[in-house]
Write a protein that binds this ligand. Structure first.
Ligand code: MN
Length: 131
């Protein structure tokens, strides 16, 4: 794996900095957005291989953003992984129902984070119609 582009949608700067550090240390490129609006702006010009979606964003709920992405032919094939700090019973199911391929809880477990991201990106490569 080298150079795959990730889009990090996260409004908390400390979390964003940590996730960005981990992604870059694995060789991924990182685009950043602190709001849903910024995320859509990035997607106008960039085509990430994976999107990490904070569920609690200041403007639009991350699951709502995911549903929009999944409803748009231009973005529906990009895997979205939900990242949330309020993992309650049912949150994973809600994230999957919204179209997320996976679910990561905060605080970030660094080793698990890196491992999971690698899994989601390599799964994408195995899809027959990917790319
Ligand atoms: Mn947030």
């Amino acid at each position: 794996m080298a150079g795959e582009m990730t889009l990090l949608v996260e409004d908390n700067e400390i979390n964003r900095r940590l996730e960005k550090f981990l992604l870059r240390s694995e060789g991924y490129r990182v685009r950043e957005a602190a709001t849903a609006k910024e995320a859509f702006r990035v997607l106008e010009t960039d085509r990430p291989d994976l999107i990490l979606m904070d569920i609690q964003l200041p403007d639009v709920d991350g699951l709502e953003v995911t549903r929009k992405l999944k409803g748009d032919p231009a973005t529906r094939d990009i895997p979205v992984v939900a990242v949330t700090s309020y993992a309650m019973k049912g949150d994973r199911e809600k994230a999957l129902a919204a179209g997320c391929v996976g679910f990561i809880t905060k605080p970030i477990d660094k080793a698990a984070f890196v491992r999971e991201i690698a899994t989601y990106i390599s799964h994408k490569e195995q899809l027959p119609d990917a790319g």
